[in-house]
Design a protein around this ligand. Structure first.
Ligand SMILES: Cc1cc2nc3c(=O)[nH]c(=O)nc-3n(C[C@H](O)[C@H](O)[C@H](O)COP(=O)(O)O)c2cc1C
Ligand code: SF4
Length: 429
């Protein structure tokens, strides 16, 4: 656990959210350097060379995404910041917004410069009242300091950042639903292609990036791509990463480590081990509620995009939750399924109906009313949802259902055979 925090280096300082504290720690030096030394396209190349991959869920290379913007266009280009953070188990962006908003804002100005955008939208989850208040003050401070607005630091570059508060829907974190919501409509995902880089906000070329991704851009500007690319597991899993840990650990929280930190090190050293030492680890969902589960036997894994993909799951938004032997896997899946049934936007039949089916079948299994064939029915519905929907929300519930059943099939069958939840009975006796 020798990693010295870089993304979280300021958060423990008193008044860390103020520009005074940020400037005292060398803040906005990266912006100064880039505006002086890099043309926008050269900074895009710098970000490509750093190996930075998006921290919002899909892990798409950031510089490559910026490169998809049409070269010649007379339309405005927009940058949209995804601060919706509604994936259960994920609470890292909130920490950055509330404790170090200028680190995020500097990344926004740098990224807008790189893609030649004069307007950025900061789409923040409706429930983040405190974050919206703090970020709005950070905007005012940056404007007064010459880091935002017209002719930033005398460079001729202009940028306005507009805060837009969502109404509290999980689906508005999906990038095209976010765009619809920003346009004042219901947050219903769009079919892709066309991709937002070509046809995005108000039909204009648009880049959508996650809050943590943009904070990483600040680090690249400050210390250079070569330094950044040396952290983690180059060439494809570089940089520092925020990992959220919750569930049955002694000290839940947000921890920073290099990409590729072992999952067991996160649990035992960062989060101080299992909450109840007499209850062994049963499973971990490493990447947020929409990712596949790893049973304890598969938890000896590195926490980076490619290692987790090889282990059959994904890093996702790095919202890890840890379950001990007292957890009923059927009940855990029911909990997740209820969330997805509530949050489905309802546009696609497989998602709208399938999520309802998952809840219905899981509820009867958990309540001792499971029928022979119910477990296969879950898998069958999941197969029909996967790949047949407008947006990846369909997979976000199909994958947990498939993996929880495949990894813990006996426990599901046991619910049917006993006509009861075995763990509930144990707890009651
Ligand atoms: C259902 C759903 C919810 C999502 N929620 C979020 C979110 O809350 N925050 C986020 O940054 N990305 C979220 N994403 C991913 C975004 O669509 C998008 O890929 C991301 O914001 C791109 O930023 P990045 O390239 O910097 O990672 C979600 C995706 C899906 C399918
Ligand atoms: S998959 Fe679900 S959330 Fe996504 S568009 Fe279809 S119904 Fe809406």
């Amino acid at each position: 656990m020798a990693f010295e925090p870089i993304l979280l280096r300021n958060i423990a300082k008193p008044g860390s959210e103020t520009i005074g504290s940020y400037l005292a720690s060398g803040g906005y030096q990266g912006l100064r350097r880039v505006l002086k030394e890099f043309a926008p396209e050269a900074f895009v190349e710098e970000v490509k060379a750093s190996g930075l991959r998006g921290r919002g869920g899909a892990g798409f290379p950031t510089g490559a995404k910026w490169g998809f913007l049409p070269k010649a266009t007379d339309r405005p280009r927009y940058l949209c910041v995804n601060a919706d953070e509604s994936e259960p188990g994920t609470f890292k962006d909130r920490l950055l917004i509330e404790k170090d908003p200028h680190l995020v804002l500097e990344g926004i100005v740098l990224s807008a410069y790189a893609i030649r955008s004069g307007t950025a939208f900061f789409y923040i989850r409706g429930e983040f009242h405190e974050g919206a208040r703090i970020f709005s003050r950070a905007l005012e401070e940056a404007r007064s300091g010459g880091f935002l607005g017209k002719n930033i630091l005398g460079s001729g570059f202009n940028l306005e950042v507009i805060i837009y508060r969502g109404a509290g829907a999980y689906i508005c974190g999906e990038e095209t639903a976010l765009l619809e919501s920003l346009e004042g409509k219901r947050g219903l995902p769009r079919l892709k292609p066309p991709f937002p880089a070509v046809v995005g906000l108000y039909g204009c070329p648009t880049i959508i990036n996650n809050v943590e991704t943009l904070a990483n851009v600040t680090l690249i500007a400050e210390r250079g791509a070569a330094w950044y690319a040396g952290i983690g597991r180059p060439p494809k899993n570089t940089g520092p990463k925020l990992f959220c840990l919750s569930g049955h650990v002694k000290r839940p929280g947000v921890y920073e480590a290099a990409l590729g930190v072992p999952l067991m090190e996160l649990i035992h050293e960062y989060a101080l081990g299992m909450m109840h030492p007499d209850r062994p680890l049963k499973a971990v969902v490493p990447g947020g509620s929409s990712m596949k589960i790893l049973p304890a036997s598969k938890c000896d894994v590195l926490m980076d995009f490619d290692s987790l993909a090889a282990a059959g799951t994904m890093l996702g938004s790095a919202g890890g939750f840890v379950m001990d032997s007292s957890t009923c896997i059927v009940d855990a899946l029911l909990n997740i399924a209820r969330f997805y049934a509530h949050e489905s936007c309802g546009q696609c039949t497989p998602c709208r109906e399938g999520t309802g089916w998952f809840v219905k079948v899981l509820r009867r299994l958990e309540h001792g009313e499971g029928r022979p064939g119910d477990v296969d029915l879950l898998l069958d519905v999941a197969r029909k949802v996967e790949g047949n929907t407008i947006c990846p929300f369909g997979e976000a519930i199909a994958w947990p259902v498939q993996s929880y059943v495949e990894e813990f099939r006996e426990e599901f069958d046991d619910h049917v055979a006993r006509r009861a939840c075995p763990l509930a009975r144990m707890a009651a006796s």
